[in-house]
Design a protein around this ligand. Structure first.
Ligand code: PLP
Length: 408
């Protein structure tokens, strides 16, 4: 038989999706599982998820929705009542109507909708310098061309994009359709000020590219003054799209899979049209649960607890060998510069060369699970989620200190 006709030679997965690699987190989970099975302690700082108990009103609303059999197909744009509540939650009622709001299956789908709605094949999408793990696969799956906006060598801006960085990229990439900013940023935990956000947004308006603001952690801000809101006026309303959802600002809500986007009506209409074909809108009982969560003033108790956990981590991580710890003004991540470990040897003689190596060593030696910066295109860093118990934070930091202190 002619070689080219052999079925087993044909790629079974598309060239696009075949290139996706499962993240290192899964491998670390396996190593952590082996330690646990051997009766050794594991301190998990890996997963970015809030814990604790679900708010009772969320539980009641979900149960009620099932009891009342609110389980039929609904408006693919989302329940009108939830869309209205989203505008109130984001304090946007005076700027938009509900035609500008789409409820999605998590913030991920909101982002995917936007990429698919505004990008032609090979259009460029710009991300910040340490893009969250799923931005790139979502862009590639939309046939867009992802580019991280890197700071110039030597700049000491904690990986924040400046207007000059953005301009430089827009000048050489005229086929750019959007710039996606994550504020507060997962993984770096840095927070752009209102002035910085506005400057970047105005550059996008000038170049007529969308400014997509992923504000999924926006309630978890520890600084005075709260969340640095983008300005809304006739110019910015054309280009600003805000993405948010239930996953991070409440306890235990990541699995509800409710997100939303607010932006120009034409783009939102295209997104609704699209999702009417592939999800028909998110789960209706979960939308009722989301209404219950956001239809009243936000309870800051989770944020207060996270602030105390951040401080506890910093206290116990003080003097961490070979590591520089960045401040955490927002979110629940501690971002560690671990380049000082590179070139050092573990007690078993392995030379540490990458953030993946540091991450693997910390699991094997100390049971400390982290997320390697390589997953965020930033080798040289680790991300630790401190949305975990106080005991884990205290013991985990002790174990990490001992392990890193053993590097020679
Ligand atoms: N954006 C950022 C920055 C995230 O950290 C995450 C989840 O970790 C998402 C979007 C996706 O959110 P969701 O779980 O609501 O789809």
């Amino acid at each position: 038989m002619h070689d080219t006709l052999r079925l087993d030679d044909k790629p079974r997965i598309s060239a696009k999706l075949g290139k996706f690699v499962p993240s290192l987190t899964l491998q670390l989970k396996r190593l952590a599982g082996e330690r646990e099975a051997a009766g050794l302690p594991v301190y998990d700082f890996g997963l970015g998820e809030t814990k604790g108990d679900l708010d009772p009103e969320i539980v009641e609303a979900g149960v009620r929705a099932f009891q009342e059999q609110q389980t039929m197909y609904a408006d693919p744009a989302g329940l009108p009542e939830l869309r209205q509540q989203v505008l109130r939650w984001l304090d946007l009622e005076q700027h938009y109507g509900i035609e500008s709001v789409v409820i999605t299956t998590g913030a991920k789908q909101a982002l995917f909708n936007i990429f698919l709605a505004v990008c032609n094949p090979a259009d460029c999408v710009l991300f910040d310098a340490a893009p969250w793990v799923s931005y790139q696969p979502l862009a590639v799956a939309s046939y867009a061309f992802p580019v991280a906006v890197l700071p110039l060598a030597g700049s000491d801006n904690r990986l924040k994009v400046t207007p000059a960085d953005l301009r430089r990229n827009l000048e050489v990439r005229p086929h750019t359709r959007l710039f996606l900013l994550n504020n507060p940023c997962n993984p770096t935990a840095q927070l752009y000020s209102a002035e910085e956000v506005e400057a970047l947004l105005r550059v996008c308006c000038e170049y007529k590219v969308y400014f997509v603001l992923d504000r999924l952690y926006w309630r978890i801000v520890f600084e005075e003054g709260g969340y640095p809101e983008p300005p809304i006026d006739d110019e910015t309303r054309q280009w600003l799209i805000q993405v948010d959802g239930m996953s991070k600002n409440f306890r235990r809500t990541g699995g509800l899979r409710i997100g939303w986007a607010v932006g120009p009506e034409d783009v939102m209409k295209a997104a609704v049209n699209l999702q009417s074909h592939y999800t028909s809108g998110p789960s209706v009982p979960d939308q009722h649960a989301a209404i219950a969560a956001i239809d009243h003033a936000y309870n800051p108790s989770m944020v207060d607890e996270l602030r105390a956990k951040r401080d506890l981590l910093l206290q116990h991580a003080e003097g961490m060998p070979h590591v520089k710890i960045w401040p955490t003004p927002a979110s629940f991540y501690s971002f560690w510069d671990v380049a000082g470990c590179f070139g050092k040897k573990t007690p078993s003689g392995k030379v540490i060369r990458t953030a993946d190596d540091v991450s693997e060593y910390l699991v094997l030696e100390a049971g400390v699970v982290t997320a390697s910066g390589r997953a965020f295109l930033q080798d040289g860093f680790l991300r630790l989620s401190f949305a975990t118990s106080e005991a884990h934070i205290t013991e985990g930091m002790k174990a990490a200190k001992k392990a890193l202190g053993a590097l020679r």
